[in-house]
Design a protein around this ligand. Structure first.
Ligand code: DC
Length: 224
């Protein structure tokens, strides 16, 4: 008997819009894994270090061959492993996010990531979150969502998230970093951040986490 193809749900949107929180809750409801593709770009940026985006394609390609990602578990307990090891917490800092965004414009890096993401989706049902999941990596996904929110609201959410972790948060510098990353992610020539034509766009500026989850689940369950 033919095996059922994995379920793929895509969730794209700009930095700080709440994709990761929603992806974990949605994946939990659906009993599938989360693929945090931003963490993949961050892990590569963190491991290669500052300035890797200026390396020659030959050197980059050789280094990229060393990165092998895998997934373990599902829902909020999904673990993304690199070379069989969990990713360090340091990939989450703002500087690594900026490096990831710069590295993400390099064609060989995008091609490598796309291949790795498709490979994971061939065997594992996923909520795949990122920037180009619905447009480029999983164009045939069963359900596609694009979250958006006002940049200042995204900066406020990021500040609250950092404060809840006991870290200091400076609104102005976070807001400017979010705008800079928006600009880089939306205006690059390959796989720019934009909704797929068949994605449901959800503006979360005035919605609670629960309201966003409900809207998305209704669509997946065919109620909307
Ligand atoms: O979602 P995030 O902030 O962790 O992502 C970090 C950077 O990685 C983001 O600014 C752009 C890049 N990225 C990408 O280009 N494509 C993806 N699918 C995911 C992330």
């Amino acid at each position: 008997m033919a095996r059922k193809a994995p379920l793929i749900v895509t969730l794209d949107g700009p930095a700080g819009v709440g994709k990761s929180t929603l992806a974990k809750r949605l994946a939990g409801e659906l009993g599938v894994a989360v693929l945090d593709t931003g963490a993949m770009f961050r892990a590569v940026a963190y491991n290669l270090g500052e300035g890797a985006w200026d390396w020659t394609q030959g050197i980059l390609q050789q280094k990229l061959g060393d990165f092998e990602f895998s997934l373990r578990g599902s829902g909020k307990d999904t673990e993304l492993l690199l070379g069989g090891q969990p990713l360090p917490e340091a990939i989450r800092n703002e500087e690594t996010g900026r490096w990831a965004s710069l590295l993400a414009v390099v064609p060989s890096v995008r091609a490598h990531m796309k291949m790795a993401q498709i490979f994971l989706g061939q065997t594992t049902s996923l909520v795949a979150e990122g920037r180009d999941m619905g447009t480029v990596v999983f164009p045939d996904a069963a359900h596609k969502f694009f979250l958006d929110a006002d940049p200042d609201e995204r900066a406020r959410r990021r500040c609250r998230q950092l404060e809840s972790l006991g870290k200091s948060a400076d609104f102005d510098s976070i807001a400017s970093s979010i705008r800079q990353r928006d600009d880089q992610d939306r205006n690059r020539s390959i796989a720019p951040l934009k909704p797929a034509p068949d994605a449901l766009v959800v503006d979360t500026t005035h919605l609670t986490e629960n309201e966003v989850l409900e809207a998305v689940l209704d669509r997946v369950r065919g109620l909307r």
